[in-house]
Design a protein around this ligand. Structure first.
Ligand code: HEC
Ligand code: HEC
Ligand code: HEC
Ligand code: HEC
Ligand code: HEC
Ligand code: HEC
Ligand code: HEC
Length: 348
């Protein structure tokens, strides 16, 4: 994978300044940006990026899960807010265990997943996630086929805390901003959610000096580099030689991989990027006319009239549901056969 010129994940970036010695740039948090960029701050804080992670008790949808009961094979689950803590109690005929769930991942556009700390070395991702679209708790993505044999196993999928390849700390890396404290008894992110410095890099020196040169701006990246940049979290295009399974519907959620296959992307000399359709400080747009306008800017009146042809996305960027009710948009823009939404016809 091609790394972009600056990093989103490291806690410190060294940069030379005019007086000749290196100055450390540190993360300061988005509030520091608000005083000089109030519009960006207000809009961006309200996006799903800004709300990608909460301490569970402060998640705006937590009251919908309070007092809910569920059953998984022979185990009963009861969720509840209790003396400042959100927790799940899981029981079989004999025993009951109570597990505090400190974290709620996901803004709620699609799903909210609860994660709890077992001890310093282990975390658990609860078996049930909340799906606002259907107003229900249902199985967490990735846990469909797991059969628990013991009460502790029933609670959910257990993760190591800080293992770089499979630790739960990876969830925090993509859902929070700035350095993550891992030395203490619990994982502690600097700022929950994806905020300014996740994309603009550490801002302390820019805040101190107001110098534009001391802050990164992804605007300067070319379309292909933006695929890698946004792909740091949304998954980048496949490195050459890596085979992608186009028949595996979960892969559709990795938009950079799919967009980079599109003729629109490959043949437009860098004119099409994530930013063409997604202004970075605004919520995801849903209006058909908004996207039609973008397609129209390169494809003037491609189809003869008729109201059937007025929703370009519907046919050329079809929806894919790897697990109901989750729904992703196929970013491989192309011509699809009826009911075949994973790959355009001419590439089959
Ligand atoms: C004390 C005021 C001040 C603060 C605080 C501040 N900025 Fe700026 N920022 C400016 C000024 C002035 C400019 C240049 C004029 C403009 O583009 O509005 C600028 C420009 C920028 C640019 C465009 C840079 C370019 O060269 O394209 C970005 C991106 C940016 N700021 C991000 C941030 C972020 C992120 C934070 C918080 C970490 C932040 N700013 C905090 C004053 C500030
Ligand atoms: C630090 C990780 C990170 C980076 C960098 C990042 N994203 Fe995201 N993005 C996320 C996460 C996490 C979500 C899911 C938010 C949620 O629903 O909880 C998301 C959601 C989105 C959504 C859907 C928002 C919605 O309302 O459902 C869009 C669109 C998006 N990102 C576009 C981009 C683009 C374009 C870039 C590059 C300019 C980018 N992202 C960079 C982590 C990131
Ligand atoms: C490599 C970065 C990355 C990692 C690691 C990661 N996420 Fe995400 N997560 C994202 C992005 C990007 C989205 C937005 C997906 C989309 O809508 O396409 C997202 C979306 C979500 C959502 C919203 C529902 C959905 O599926 O869109 C939940 C809940 C979630 N993640 C939980 C987790 C949990 C729990 C972990 C750790 C077990 C985790 N994530 C690890 C990047 C990441
Ligand atoms: C998901 C990544 C992402 C996040 C999060 C983000 N920005 Fe940006 N920002 C961008 C991109 C990309 C551009 C270039 C926009 C363009 O060219 O359309 C940009 C441009 C800017 C600019 C330059 C003016 C402009 O519109 O070109 C400022 C100032 C800025 N961002 C401030 C902020 C502040 C303040 C925050 C937090 C409140 C923030 N950004 C959060 C990606 C992000
Ligand atoms: C930045 C310009 C640009 C934008 C925006 C754009 N396209 Fe394209 N598109 C192209 C180019 C260039 C081609 C390749 C044409 C060729 O092969 O001669 C193409 C090809 C296509 C094809 C044929 C695909 C194939 O595999 O042969 C379809 C269908 C298509 N575009 C639909 C759309 C739709 C729908 C949208 C809006 C969601 C859109 N395009 C947005 C530039 C663009
Ligand atoms: C030609 C326009 C276009 C481009 C370019 C584009 N998107 Fe999208 N994107 C869409 C549409 C349309 C949706 C679905 C909107 C809706 O749900 O109403 C969407 C939805 C999303 C979502 C929400 C989850 C999903 O799959 O529905 C994410 C995340 C996202 N885009 C990320 C990206 C990233 C990252 C890039 C760059 C690699 C990108 N998009 C480029 C049009 C585009
Ligand atoms: C009802 C489904 C449907 C809708 C809606 C639709 N298209 Fe198409 N489109 C097709 C099919 C099928 C083809 C391939 C056969 C053809 O060329 O008519 C196609 C072909 C294309 C091509 C490739 C033409 C070529 O010569 O290679 C482009 C570009 C395109 N559509 C753009 C758009 C745009 C822009 C919109 C929105 C205004 C749109 N389409 C709406 C079904 C649709």
């Amino acid at each position: 994978m091609n790394r972009v010129s600056f990093t989103t994940a490291s806690s410190l970036v060294l940069c030379s300044i005019a007086i000749g010695h290196a100055q450390e740039r540190r993360f300061t948090g988005s509030r520091a940006c608000a005083q000089c960029h109030p519009d960006e701050y207000r809009k961006q804080s309200a996006t799903a990026h800004g709300r990608a992670l909460y301490p569970a008790i402060t998640h705006p949808l937590i009251s919908r899960v309070d007092a809910k009961a569920e059953r998984r094979s022979n185990y009963d689950f009861r969720f509840g807010l209790r003396s400042g803590e959100f927790r799940v109690s899981v029981s079989d005929e004999k025993d009951v265990i109570h597990v505090p769930l400190q974290w709620a991942f996901g803004a709620g556009a699609q799903a909210v997943t609860f994660v709890g700390r077992i001890d310093r070395d282990w975390y658990v991702e609860n078996f049930f996630s909340y799906y606002p679209g259907i107003g229900k708790l249902a199985v967490t993505p990735g846990q469909q086929s797991i059969e628990p044999k013991t009460l502790p196993e029933a609670v959910g999928l257990v993760y190591r805390a800080t293992d770089p390849r499979e630790g739960v700390v990876r969830c925090f890396r993509c859902h929070s901003t700035g350095p993550i404290e891992t030395a203490g008894p619990a994982i502690n992110p600097s700022e929950t959610g994806v905020h300014c410095e996740a994309c603009h890099g550490p801002g302390s020196e820019h805040v101190r000096t107001s110098t534009p040169k001391l802050i990164e701006n992804p605007r300067r990246l070319k379309a292909a580099a933006l695929n890698d940049f946004c792909g740091e979290c949304h998954r980048p295009p496949a490195a050459q030689g890596t085979q992608i399974n186009w028949n595996f519907s979960w892969n559709v959620r990795h938009q950079p991989v799919y967009l980079s296959q599109s003729a629109c992307f490959r043949k437009s000399s860098g004119a099409l990027s994530c930013l063409t359709c997604h202004p970075p400080h605004e919520p995801l747009r849903h209006e058909v006319s908004y996207y039609n306008g973008i397609c129209g800017s390169c494809h003037a009146s491609i189809h003869a009239g008729g109201s059937r042809m007025t929703n370009c996305i519907d046919c050329h960027m079809p929806r894919v549901t790897p697990q109901a009710p989750l729904r992703f948009t196929n970013h491989w823009i192309g011509v699809y056969g009826a009911g075949a939404h994973l790959k355009p016809i001419s590439y089959e």
